[in-house]
Ligand binder design. Structure first.
Ligand code: ARG
Ligand code: ZN
Length: 875
């Protein structure tokens, strides 16, 4: 394991990098690099150490003098040179094999072009280099390749020269004016179509924008360009941050491990987050594209201008940039709905992470493989931590903190502490205790008790936090690292309602800093006869699990009246969770579950007000997921959960049928499709209603779904109907699956949807189908999007079948992971995370899961990526 406490500043700086990359026609490439080295006088002299992986070293020279036997300088994947002059130029020449690089890290081939992914440690697969983010250099890059096959030769910065070469080849030279860490390096050699545009910045500079896509897909990049320009304007307005480049490029590639990458001036994106057209992309896809384009653009300041000192600080750029893209989303769409979706995502991915073997704080103290730490914790919980700072400082204080952060650290590689210090110094808010959020793993539990004295009108709130030990601290102890847990600084936003649901205390932010705290309120002015109803943790003011004994009818009141929209949604989720878990207990005890009237009535009340805010209603009418319900149980029972959730859905549909049917009619969206918030909300609500109605096994409704599937002019409506039909136990299922595939088999991203729908099927043959699809022409183990769509979706979003009692889901997943590990360890490791919850199930399932995990652990040559995940799961 690598430890944060072992961090040492680099012994050598690299001021300049000159790369000359020549792509041969047979699929290999030669990379000649010249590094201008300078000894770091601030630390004791030490040999130069360079990282390299899968490099064939052909030549090595210092200040132009060749060193004989270059390979003799390489030991354990490091090139080490002692006794270098304090300033010198080191030249290396290596051969690399992008055509054989299935890891999609470094320089690799996708379809007919070559692309890079260097974060976190991919640059070492391109050339020998100190591959660490605190070494920042100016790059000049010259690319050579066949002109016919690779007309586009791109790298970071500006193209300064280009020319022809013999043999039908050409070259282009790029200079990036900004020093950068090597993880932000990018280059592309391909034949692409390009969408051009320009943007005039707040200070009046005109910059060139370009989106490069596979030939024939130009009609699918207009929205991404629109999103880019919106993000640029937003960052100017909200944070006063302007683009610093003359040219900003986005390149879309179909083979990509993650979502997208913020390489300076040359973002490389998974096609999933660029390509969109109304007939192939859903509202959700449009929204994701908007957010990811914004996210990568925002990195230009939070990540690139100010970067991370080391990879332990990853959340410095990711948590902050996610917070920024969330705020962008809130300004562009409905703030409440965005918040609900964020919290749902946090609970679906981050809470379980904290509760499982991979638990870590947003700034971990150790790791084995950094690629395993691009996690929900570092990203989403990291954003929650930044959001709490925002809550404590207020918008103005936060903005002053950002300004000071850039004033102090522009051009530097810094730590999370530096960020918090800037926030504290600019605002005067003491954040000393708050820093524990960076060090401590786990989801805090926040207990609340209240007391009301009607005679005096005094209302008392007692808050208690507990921070349960996680797998993270247990491991630190084993590694001999001392660690002290303590109370966190938790901002708790509170409002109070009277018995009629009228607000008597508007949102007030309390700071809980001790293990427990008492807060008293004088409510005598309100002449209350009964205790007020607290609306706690408004807008989800902290990433904690709240324990408060709300009565069922209190929750119904909050659902109907709370002025905080997030808590209106939250109250419904709380009520549904409680009643569904009671149903699960009944089923387990051998009786039938029932849906209480109070719940149907509360639901009906939300439905009755749905027209006022369809997007919100669609969220409020969505029941908590099976996974969330399982996470609330001591021993997860996937079968009982599925049965009860299905019963709740069907009962609601039976009791509220006419209301749902009325929504279908009322919220038909007229006119051409536009990915615009109001229409998106109406489509979401309408399709949610259709989903409820489809539980009724009514053939008229099924035919309605079939005609929506066939006639919709947009993928949102088509896909909603398609998934319902594909999950229905009727002959229409095959009709829908066949028609959809026949129509879309040439659109890779739509085929991913077709795979994902089958992976989430609740029908009894789901596992068998998924296995069959592994050998279907539509599947490709080498393509991450395909693996995510089919395999990861099955493991992560189909708890009923992945956790099948006969262990078949586990055996299947283990088989895929073993096959995938030698091909692409990063993707294999992501799939392996599906086993995070294995100890939460009964003994029978645990035995199967253990066997599956051990079969992976015992694979000869297992990657560090998967070894870390599986090792922790078994520990
Ligand atoms: N920095 C990229 C993004 O969030 C993620 C790249 C992660 N890549 C990886 N191989 N772990 O915006
Ligand atoms: Zn990011």
């Amino acid at each position: 394991a690598i430890h944060l406490r072992d961090y040492r500043a680099p012994a050598w700086w690299v001021d300049e990098v000159e790369l000359d990359v020549s792509i041969a026609d047979d699929g290999h490439a030669e990379v000649a690099a010249t590094l201008s080295l300078r000894r770091n006088e601030a630390v004791p002299a030490a040999p130069l150490q360079l990282d390299g992986e899968a490099l064939e070293l052909l030549a090595l020279a210092v200040d132009g003098r060749a060193l004989p036997a270059p390979a003799s300088f390489v030991r354990d994947g490091r090139l080490e040179l002692a006794d270098l002059p304090a300033r010198c130029r080191l030249s290396t020449r290596v051969r690399i094999r992008p055509d054989l690089n299935t890891t999609l890290s470094g320089f690799y081939r996708s379809k007919d072009g070559y692309f890079t992914q260097c974060e976190a440690e991919g640059f070492r697969r391109i050339t020998w280099f100190p591959d660490r983010p605190d070494v920042m250099s100016r790059y000049t890059v010259t690319l050579h390749a066949n002109r016919e096959r690779f007309p586009d030769l791109l790298a970071n910065g500006n193209r300064v020269a280009e020319g022809e070469e013999e043999g039908g080849r050409h070259w282009a030279r790029w200079v990036d004016p900004f020093p950068k860490p090597c993880y932000l390096f990018a280059m592309v050699a391909a034949k692409l179509d390009r969408l051009d545009d320009t943007f005039t910045t707040a200070s009046g500079r005109t910059v060139d924008l370009a989106i490069y896509v596979e030939p024939g897909k130009l009609d699918q990049c207009g929205f991404a360009m629109h999103a880019l320009k919106k993000s640029m304007r937003w960052d100017e307005r909200r944070f006063g941050l302007e683009l610093d480049l003359d040219r900003y490029m986005i390149v879309a590639v179909g083979d990509f491990n993650m979502g997208a990458m913020e390489n300076k001036g040359l973002n490389i994106f998974n096609t999933k987050y660029v390509l969109a057209r109304p007939d192939i992309a859903t509202d959700v896809d449009y929204m994701n594209i908007d957010r990811v384009v914004a996210h990568e653009y925002f990195h230009n300041w939070t990540g690139n201008r100010v970067t991370c000192r080391d990879w332990f600080q990853l959340s410095l750029k990711e948590g902050l940039t996610v917070f920024r893209d969330q705020e962008y989303g809130s300004d562009e769409y409905s703030r409440a709905v965005q918040r609900i979706q964020e919290v749902r995502g946090l609970r679906a991915a981050q809470f379980p992470e904290d509760a499982g073997p991979m638990a870590h704080p947003i700034r971990p103290a150790s790791y084995e493989e950094i690629n395993n730490f691009y996690t929900a914790t570092v990203y989403e919980k990291g954003a929650e931590v930044v959001r709490m700072i925002h809550t404590l400082l207020g918008e103005d204080g936060f903005r002053r903190g950002m300004d000071l952060y850039f004033e102090r650290h522009d051009g530097q590689a810094v730590t999370c502490d530096d960020f918090v210090s800037a926030m504290q110094d600019a605002s005067g808010v003491d954040l000393a205790q708050f820093r524990r959020w960076y060090e401590q793993a786990g989801t805090p539990r926040l207990g609340a008790r209240t007391a009301f004295d009607a005679a005096t009108g005094r209302w008392t709130l007692t808050l208690e936090q507990s921070n349960p030990e996680t797998a993270y601290e247990r491991r630190l102890q084993e590694e001999g690292l001392r660690f002290e847990r303590g109370p966190l600084h938790i901002p708790v936003a509170l409002g109070l309602l009277d018995a009629h649901g009228r607000e008597i205390l508007p949102t007030t932010v309390l700071s809980l800093t001790e293990a427990s705290g008492r807060f008293e309120f004088d409510l005598s002015a309100h002449g209350l006869k009964a205790a007020p109803l607290p609306s706690l943790l408004r807008n989800f003011s902290a990433p904690v699990a709240l324990d408060y004994q709300y009565g069922d009818s209190d929750l119904a009141t909050l659902m109907a009246h709370d002025s905080d929209e997030f808590n209106r949604w939250e109250a419904g989720q709380r009520l549904a969770t409680r009643l569904m878990l009671a149903g699960v207990a009944q089923v387990q005890a051998g009786s039938e579950a029932a849906v209480p009237d109070l719940f149907v009535d509360a639901f009906a009340a939300v439905l009755a007000k749905a027209d006022a805010d369809p997007a919100f209603a669609a969220e409020a009418l969505t029941l908590p997921s099976e996974a969330w319900l399982g996470d609330q149980m001591t021993v997860i029972d996937p079968d009982a959960i599925h049965r009860v959730r299905t019963l709740f859905r069907r009962t609601l549909a039976e009791r509220l049928r006419s209301q749902f049917e009325a929504l279908l009619v009322r919220h038909e969206v007229a006119g051409a499709y536009a990915p615009e918030p109001a229409a998106m909300g109406r489509r979401a609500l309408r399709n949610l209603a259709l989903g409820y109605l489809m539980t009724l096994d009514d053939s008229a409704l099924q035919l309605k779904a079939l005609s929506q599937f066939r006639d919709a002019d947009n993928m949102t409506d088509q896909f909603a109907a398609f998934s319902l039909l594909a999950h229905s136990d009727t002959p229409l299922r095959e009709v829908a699956l066949n028609e959809f595939y026949a129509r879309w088999k040439d659109e890779a991203l739509v085929v991913d949807k077709w795979l994902a729908v089958q992976a989430t099927s609740p029908l009894s043959d789901a596992r068998a189908r998924v296995r069959e699809l592994m050998v279907h022409e539509a599947f490709d183990l080498k393509n991450p999007n395909k693996v995510y769509a089919l395999v990861r979706t099955f493991c992560a979003a189909n708890p009923l079948h992945f956790h099948a009692a006969d262990g078949s889901g586990y055996a299947y997943a283990a088989g895929v992971i073993r096959e995938l590990d030698p091909v692409n360890p990063q993707v294999a490791s992501r799939v392996a995370r599906a086993f995070d919850r294995w100890r939460r199930f009964d003994d029978g399932r645990q035995a199967y899961a253990r066997r599956a995990l051990e079969s992976i652990r015992d694979l000869p040559g297992l990657s560090a990526d998967v070894a870390e995940v599986v090792g922790r799961a078994l520990a």
